[in-house]
Ligand binder design. Structure first.
Ligand SMILES: [Zn+2]
Ligand SMILES: [Zn+2]
Length: 334
């Protein structure tokens, strides 16, 4: 009897030793069912650099279930190259965690998704993979661009997505005026233009916690292209009261959003040449000898830039100057 019990205990112990550790390796806990802290910790152990704060945590924990369902997950709908790289690191870390690197991969169990805010604009073409929202907004098909690419930030390694939306917008304005894009007339505003003159184009930029996005206006509708996916026609007019998302269409399949854009929206109205001008004071002036000098010029009514300037002067008994310079009447057009 004792012998039998001993044998039984021995057998159970052996089973426990041999089976449970292996089982633990083969079936690690489902990552997405762990707490947010545990999920982030496991990915950090796998070498993924996750910034503290809610933005990365929200994005990472949103991606994990997608990667669990599809080991080949790729962030096609993301426009920012750095975020795409980050998502690929997360995917590879999740696959290492499940030790499914070299195994045959199961078919993705992607849930059917229906676009909510846009409809596909035209049918799929493989070359959509090679350009993003910014290129598309500019009417180009030749790259994945970021604000400043054509002017202030030529190298992506210097691009900072966390810069303010105002600074990103200034970089876009500099791009539009750059030698590559060559638009002389560019105005930047947070107010959506009511109408455009002939020859004018309009695009807008918005930023979210993990990505930037662009839309463009074209014959009564707004269009956009999430990352490397199909161009879409937006159902609405851009407005800060409705977040944008990266929901997308890839090879005819609608895919659900993985991130959103919630910043102020900056609009750019631009054209190759300036519009009509008014002759007015530039604001510059100085006193010299017995005369006061004022700078006047032709100011573009569209963008506010002076297209040409000239100095004029009049007798002045100052300093202190007798004629308040701000009240000087505009001289006749020379
Ligand atoms: Zn102008
Ligand atoms: Zn003076």
């Amino acid at each position: 009897m004792k012998k039998r019990i001993f044998a039984l205990v021995f057998a159970i112990t052996l089973m426990a030793l041999s089976v449970f550790p292996v089982r633990a390796l083969e079936n690690p806990p489902i990552l997405s069912e762990l707490s947010v802290e545990e999920q982030l910790e496991i990915l950090r152990e796998q070498g993924v650099e996750i910034s503290p704060g809610p933005e990365d945590a929200e994005y990472v924990t949103g991606l994990i279930p997608l990667i669990e369902a599809d080991p080949d997950y790729y962030p096609y709908s993301i426009s920012n190259p750095g975020t795409r790289e980050f998502a690929v690191q997360i995917r590879d870390a999740v696959n290492r965690y499940y030790q499914r690197g070299d195994r045959p991969r199961p078919q993705a169990l992607a849930a059917r998704y229906t676009l909510q805010d846009s409809t596909a604009a035209g049918s799929w073409r493989e070359d959509f993979l090679y350009y993003n929202c910014y290129a598309y907004a500019l009417g180009r098909t030749d790259g994945h661009y970021w604000p400043g690419k054509f002017s202030t930030v030529p190298n992506y390694s210097d691009f900072n997505l966390q810069d303010s939306i105002y600074n990103l917008a200034c970089d876009v304005k500099a791009d539009l005026k750059s030698a590559s894009l060559s638009n002389r007339c560019v105005s930047m505003t947070t107010v959506r233009p009511a109408s455009l003159s002939s020859g004018q184009s309009c695009i807008c930029i918005r930023r979210g916690p993990k990505d930037f996005h662009f839309m463009k206006f074209d014959s009564s509708s707004w269009y956009h292209k999430p990352g490397a996916t199909n161009p879409l026609r937006y159902k609405y007019t851009p407005s800060v009261s409705r977040n944008w998302t990266d929901e997308a269409v890839l090879r005819g399949e609608a895919i659900a959003a993985t991130t959103y854009y919630d910043s102020t929206i900056y609009y750019f109205i631009y054209s190759k040449n300036h519009g009509s001008t008014t002759y007015t004071w530039t604001g510059n002036h100085y006193h010299s000898g017995s005369r006061h000098y004022y700078e006047y010029g032709y100011k573009c009514k569209n963008c506010g830039e002076f297209t040409s300037t000239t100095w004029t002067n009049e007798a002045c008994s100052g300093p202190p100057c007798s004629t308040p310079w701000s009240l000087t009447p505009v001289p006749e057009v020379p």
